[in-house]
Design a protein around this ligand. Sequence first.
Ligand code: NAD
Ligand code: TYD
Length: 349
Amino acid sequence: MVTGGAGFIGSHVVRLFVNKYPGYLIVNADALTYAGNLENLKDVEQASNYRFERADITDAARIDALFEQYAFDAVIHLAAESHVDRSIIDPLAFVKTNVLGTATLLNSSRKYWAKTESKMEGKRFYHVSTDEVYGSLGEEGFFTEETSYDPRSPYSASKASSDHLVSAWYHTYGLPVVMSNCSNNYGSYHFPEKLIPLMINNIKNNKSLPVYGKGENVRDWLFVEDHARAIDVIFHKGKTGDKYNIGGFNEWTNIDLVHLLCKIMDSKLGRAEGTSAKLITYVTDRPGHDLRYAIDATKLNKELGWEPSLQFEEGLEKTVDWYLQNEDWVKHVTSGDYQHYYEEQYARR
Ligand code: NAD
Ligand code: TYD
């Protein structure tokens, strides 16, 4: 079972696993919130080793029933509320899905596997988490697997809680867990409320480009397909009970990144260089805005041999091309509730 498989990263994980492992039956369990879109998986929906089940991970009876129906021997858990700005507006939705939902999945997995003949043998619960649980860095240093948790936003606090629950189920019940904490992802099928797809969309439509504060915050960007490859490696080879940091060794201030996007878009759209950058607007900062994230992914590289495959400029250009070629997808996901949310957010700034 892959939870959250209709979302941004989940859809890349489902696609990779369905194509690479014809012998696995991949069941995508997703509630299809505003962020879940089955269009993301059009190319694999007919595959014989793929099923979709609409399910809310906080619904214990539904999750138990899915375990009975499919006898899962592994869970890759990605379902979450994932956007920091939304978590500031509606924190309880994050506590519900990210904390209660994770506890519900852990509990159903434990109960079901304890009933099987082989108990926990050969089973795996993989929890996908974020580097934001570590808090905010100053100008120096990196997050390692030993860095203390210090979450600052309702989103990161809810993810930190879920990480602790996973660890508790490992130590208390012997659930065979593995976990990873990844830096910011970018790529195709990224919901256009997050920085990179939002900027691409706004540049395309000549709308202003809202940069929070002074644009000096730093993020470490990783191409989403490289994250999916890391999940594949950790799922198959990671040590039970361990956690792995995943990152791109690729730090950018927001303002430099937005300028780079403007430059790429000017060239793709045949605009004179400097045209799109005129759309940049500095807006009120995000409350509690973490200054800098940077991952030390040495453990994953040394122990399991993973490294990012793409240079940032190359990945960014691929991403821009994808958004320009998939305008229908953008139109579909930016209709309805998202529009109201965007207008509210933007009007407030
Ligand atoms: P996303 O918001 O694009 O997708 C989340 C998916 O979860 C959607 O398909 C949604 O329908 C589903 N979902 C939400 N609530 C649910 C519920 N109660 N029951 C079942 N399904 C539900 O998120 P994403 O960016 O793909 O992130 C996936 C995971 O990776 C999350 O756990 C996130 O914390 C983690 N992560 C994300 C990033 C990033 O840069 N996006 C980085 C590191 C870790
Ligand atoms: P985001 O994509 O929301 O990811 P996260 O907050 O999880 O890192 O934001 C990335 C960075 O971009 C973050 O520092 C906030 C900033 N940002 C803007 O400046 N303007 C925007 O419109 C958005 C969505 C984000």
